[in-house]
Design a protein around this ligand. Sequence first.
Ligand code: SF4
Ligand code: FES
Length: 375
Amino acid sequence: MKDQPTPHDLDGNPVTPGLPMAMLAEITHRCPLACPYCSNPVELTRAAQELPAEDWGRVFREAAELGVLQVHISGGEPGARRDLAQIVGHARDAGLYVNLITSGIGITRDRLEELDRAGVDHVQLSLQGIRPDMADRISGHPGSWDKKMGFADWVTQIGFPLTINAVVHRQNMERLPDMIALAERLGARRIEVATVQFHGWADLNRAALMPTRDQAGFARQVVNDARLRLRGRMVIDYVPADHHAVYPKACMGGWGSTGLNVAPDGSVLPCHAAQSIGWMRFDNVRDRSLGEIWHHSDAFNAFRGTEWMAEPCRSCERKTVDFGGCRCQAMALAGDARATDPVCSKSPLHAQVVARAEQDADRTEFVYRRMKKGG
Ligand code: SF4
Ligand code: FES
């Protein structure tokens, strides 16, 4: 496919993009934790390159004009920015629903109250394990467990709705029932159980994190049982282990269809791992409005419609169901972002990818996420 600004379907009809509903604002890559499953790029953005709070204000206004209803303020750890309350205030002023995604480390109770006044509507807290030893080992941060439990108490005392984020992988998957029970005890209304996605730092740690086929089946059963038991009390969102599935996930609900990410330096990405596609160029909110980027940038238009697809997706009945899977996973596993996601059973690389996943059980030590010195 040649790069073209207007995407088409396979009948040659131009495809008009829909409007994004949610935006992920990664306001910093700085983070006190060092989780090996982090999907941030291995080359992390330094503090000096971060977009200032006033620019975030303009971006939030442009997002609201574009149709965005909800902003997920994330990182890294958003609490690493001293001007977080100011950034949150800008999002509130733009009329967005503000979800704060945090590790809970480095945000004091006073600061959480300030964030409440500034306009945070909802808090999403990440948990790395269900015991201090496990949580501290996976996060690479001694004492993280105690701090997180204290933070979760403040969240419920102040009255924020709480979602727990639980990334599951080979080294904690068998504790998933306890993780769900912990979310219940903490008063969460929702838990996001996400099997690790192998982008960024997680890809460096593939051999230590890849779940086994049996674990993937176990997790599916645990989630199904818990959904029945907790119906009406707690919602369970689930991202399954796609290496052991028949078809890939519809990543981002389809490229450039409902969501967008703004990276700490202002680059606008169709998904959080898009920078792994080496040939792709990303526009920046410092140079163009969010609306122009959404509608007209080459990056967003690259995988809209179906004309870009290769076989077997091109003639597959699921091409408008899963959109050929994840472009970044195709890049990582097939070396070609336009290829069928190799976790799909119809991909010619599928058997190889599954065999590799099954061999990937030989390592337990982690490469921890760290910013190079001087960040
Ligand atoms: Fe999806 Fe492509 Fe696989 Fe069909 S061949 S199921 S469209 S990834
Ligand atoms: Fe980029 Fe899936 S993470 S398309």
